[in-house]
Design a protein around this ligand. Structure first.
Ligand code: NAP
Ligand code: F7E
Length: 349
């Protein structure tokens, strides 16, 4: 039987790399777009040991012809649109490119699919951020949206345009409304990895303190490899539908800090400081994903609980810094990362 073909935008990111690995294991031919950067950033694909199994296509979300060309060359059965400016914090600093990459680019891809081959199945990486400060304690597919950041507003545009192409052009276009999902491959600016990376360094005497913003916000944190399986399951249905993927549990940032430091036998209160520069212009206080629909219709049921997730991430960062101390060379992001507390972010006046 001919192997299926998948095109992943954002293959160099956390989810892109896990999804590529998952699809390769299923026998897919995997194509991935990457954008030109001054320094190579394929470390996640190297981590999985799959960098030589991908067919790479250069493309940028602002460049329509490059996206069209990617679809024309790869002739995918399934297209997973994971590329985006994905950091909520940066969307306040760069609201316009966030709108371009995270919002308008979805239409660029959908239009290219419509013109080249409307039979391609399309997955849109939507986000729990579109719920914003919801009055509901947990959110499902019926919960009203009230996005609070340029990122969330752009994602909501992406959500609606995906639905519009599904309804209007009868295309297989589906939104996965994913709640936070993390892993040792998470970007260093996101709070979970910022905490586990800093705590590992503190444990080894490489860092003295960890500076954070709002410790009270509640998030529903799951384990990324389980979420990419959910993306695939959404595209295996006969008819396109939108799904919430989350763990149905929420925890505060403070709990994440406590669990991480406790796992390393450290007293977090000695090391964690608060600086208002890390407070969001608009904060989303509580998100918790009710994924009953996904459980029922696509048999998606995340197994990794909060405490286990903290341990996986903390152990991975500790291990990497220990290997680094021994002079081992391996593909990794942390040694080249900037000191975030020296960055002048846009702040609340
Ligand atoms: P990520 O690690 O930040 O990866 C984002 C990817 O997008 C990277 O490959 C990045 O390329 C690419 N990209 C950014 N701007 C681009 C541009 N202008 N042209 C081409 N590629 C561009 O994000 P992630 O955590 O894997 O998330 C994947 C998707 O799911 C994103 O759309 C995100 O918004 C969404 N999402 C994530 C979560 C979560 O908790 N992880 C939850 C809900 C939704 P570079 O490597 O070159 O930067
Ligand atoms: O913030 C608080 C911050 O940046 C989580 C993305 O994948 O999930 C992610 O968005 C919480 C917020 O993720 C710091 O204020 C405190 O309340 O890790 P985060 P996010 O904004 O939830 C959604 C679903 C996505 O779609 C996004 O793509 O942590 N927080 N102190 C901090 N956050 C950061 N980054 N840094 C701090 O120092």
């Amino acid at each position: 039987m001919k192997s299926k073909r998948a095109l992943i935008t954002g293959i160099t990111g956390q989810d892109g790399s896990y999804l590529a690995k998952f699809l390769l294991n299923k026998g897919y031919t995997v194509f991935g777009t990457y954008r030109r950067t001054s320094t190579p950033n394929f470390w996640r694909l190297s981590y999985h040991g799959i960098s030589d199994q991908i067919e790479y296509i250069p493309a940028d979300l602002i460049d329509t012809s490059s996206l069209t060309e990617a679809i024309r060359i790869s002739k995918p059965d399934e297209l997973y649109n994971l590329a985006a400016q994905s950091y909520v914090g940066s969307s306040f600093d760069q609201p316009l490119t966030s709108g371009e990459f995270t919002g308008l680019a979805v239409t660029r891809i959908l239009e290219s699919i419509r013109i080249i081959d409307p039979g391609i199945k399309f997955y849109q990486a939507s986000s729990s951020e579109i719920y914003g400060n919801s009055v509901n304690t947990s959110q499902n597919e019926e919960t009203p949206f009230q996005p609070g950041s340029p990122y969330a507003i752009a994602k909501l545009y992406g959500y609606w345009i995906t639905k519009m192409y599904r309804d209007g052009y009868r295309m297989f276009a589906a939104n996965g409304i994913l709640f936070n999902h993390e892993s040792p491959l998470r970007g260093l600016e996101f709070v979970t990895r910022k905490i586990t990376n800093a705590a590992a360094r503190i444990k080894l005497g490489l860092q003295k303190k960890l500076i954070l913003g709002n410790l009270d916000s509640l998030r529903d944190w799951g384990y990324a490899p389980e979420y990419v399986e959910g993306m695939w399951k959404i595209l295996q249905l006969k008819k396109p539908e939108d799904f919430v993927l989350g763990t149905n549990e929420s925890h505060t940032v403070k709990e994440f800090v406590e669990n991480t430091f406790e796992h390393l036998d450290l007293d977090w209160k000695k090391y964690v400081k608060i600086d208002k520069k890390f407070l969001r212009i608009v904060e989303v206080n509580r998100l918790e994903g009710d994924s009953s629909k996904a459980k029922k219709k696509i048999k998606w049921n995340p197994k990794t609980k909060f405490k286990k997730l903290v341990e996986i991430m903390t152990d991975a960062d500790l291990d990497r810094w220990q290997r680094w101390q021994k002079g081992e060379k391996f593909a990794w992001d942390a040694p080249n990362y900037i000191q975030e507390d020296k960055t002048l972010f846009r702040t609340i006046k």
